[in-house]
Design a protein around this ligand. Structure first.
Ligand SMILES: Nc1ncnc2c1ncn2[C@@H]1O[C@H](COP(=O)(O)OP(=O)(O)OP(=O)(O)O)[C@@H](O)[C@H]1O
Ligand SMILES: [Mg+2]
Length: 388
């Protein structure tokens, strides 16, 4: 899993003078499932098109197996692409659609025999779970089945890398989930590298070995799904991946951060003393407790039932947090909260500081309910924390 296959080095791209990719550096390993994740317009498709050879970067290099391939045309790259609009040939059946991928390509100068074509196509249909569908009209297939045909067509030439640009975008939620599992299985069965593009963070976390979070033409973070979720590097990543409360803090010393004038234990170290930081607290890491036991106290302003849990909005002197809990609380209740040290994650300040992680817009009744005047007695909780 750790052998380098593709390297993007200092890639930049601009259209009409507007920079859309800015110093992209990325190593993609052989057999990896790597996902480019980011909001619309951040440069995901452009990056993929550069790897496929459809677009030439303004500057920077693309290496494949250590060889610079900037000038190698797409058809000479051992790379194939599946698009969101998979464009099957409606007048051809399933077998012919998949075989089409083979026929247009020369195989070391010689044409494949009919028998070779047939066995390759059937092998691919088996891999995408469409055995027995060979003679079906593609227009008679469901969206998910059509997408499998497109994947089989892209795989039939045995590329070393499959590029997938939002391939599940046209499918409904349920089918998307099924196809995510299918794609993971196909990835394992083929034993090749998948480079996947999506703006859906759940999808990225569920499928990938490595997630590359992009925004505004720049890579923000590269990591495993767990690293990206648990240790986001800045407020953009924390906000984009899941729900996060992000508040201003001061790193008092290793393992102690001050938020809202109160000190909290955390696991983070290595920041300068008294450094201003962004503090991420995930909604599921906040426990609701009695006011007397609370590290912070606030007023519940909104509750939404989500099935597994409640989304509870709590007003801490004007800053609203999202808390996810199975506890039953009521709107207007005055509550305490407790956060374990491992529920607190510290990030350096960035250009994204202050832009994300406040749930004020969640409730329209904000001004009426918030209790800015209320000053709870704060000492007991703080002492208790240091005893713990
Ligand atoms: N051929 C082009 N000519 C001009 N601008 C382009 C071209 N291709 C892409 N862009 C611009 O480059 C930026 C990045 O586009 P890109 O398609 O890579 O984004 P994306 O991350 O794939 O977004 P989406 O999630 O919407 O598909 C966008 O602002 C887009 O308008
Ligand atoms: Mg795109």
């Amino acid at each position: 899993m750790s052998k380098e296959l593709i390297r993007l080095s200092e890639l930049t791209m601009a259209f009409d003078g507007e920079v859309v990719l800015d110093s992209i550096n990325l190593v993609i390993n052989d057999k990896e499932f790597l996902t480019l994740l980011g909001p619309s317009g951040c440069g995901k498709t452009t990056t993929l098109r550069i790897i496929g050879g459809f677009v030439t970067p303004a500057s920077g290099d693309v290496y494949f197996d250590g060889v610079r391939i900037n000038d190698v045309p797409p058809y000479k790259r051992t790379v194939n692409t599946v698009f969101q609009k998979y464009a099957l040939f409606p007048h051809l059946n399933v077998f012919e659609n998949v075989a089409f991928g083979l026929k247009i390509n020369r195989h070391e100068g010689k044409k494949l025999s009919k028998q070779e074509i047939s066995s390759r196509v059937l092998e691919m249909l088996e891999i995408v779970s469409l055995k027995g569908f060979e003679y079906r009209d593609v227009s008679s297939l469901s969206g998910g089945q059509q997408q499998r045909v497109a994947i089989a067509r892209a795989l039939v030439n045995k590329p070393k890398v499959l590029l997938l640009d939002e391939p599940l975008g046209a499918l409904d939620m349920r089918l998307r989930k099924d196809m995510q599992n299918e794609l993971k299985r196909i990835h394992e069965a083929m034993g090749i590298t998948f480079i996947y593009v999506t703006h859906d963070q759940e999808e990225a976390l569920a499928m990938s070995d490595t997630v590359v979070v992009m925004d505004a033409g720049k890579i923000q973070q590269i990591g495993t799904p767990e690293q990206i979720y648990n240790e986001p590097v800045n407020a953009f990543v924390a906000d984009f991946i899941g729900e996060s409360n992000i508040v201003d803090g001061t790193m008092i010393s290793d393992g102690i951060v001050e938020i809202f004038g109160r000190k909290f234990k955390c696991l983070d170290t290595g920041f300068a003393e008294n450094a201003p930081v962004d503090v991420v607290i995930r909604p599921e890491d906040v426990d609701i407790v009695d006011v007397k036991d609370g590290m912070l106290t606030g007023t519940v302003t909104n509750i939404t039932f989500k099935g597994v849990h409640y989304d509870v909005i709590v007003d801490f002197k004007g800053f609203k947090w999202l808390i996810q809990t199975t506890d039953l609380v009521t709107v207007g209740a005055y509550i305490g909260i407790k956060i374990d040290p491992d529920g607190i994650h510290i990030m350096s300040k960035s250009d994204y500081s202050g832009k994300f992680g406040d749930y004020s817009s969640y409730s329209a009744e904000y001004d009426e309910i918030s209790d800015v005047e209320y000053e709870p007695e704060e000492e007991s909780a703080e002492e208790e924390m240091y005893e713990a």
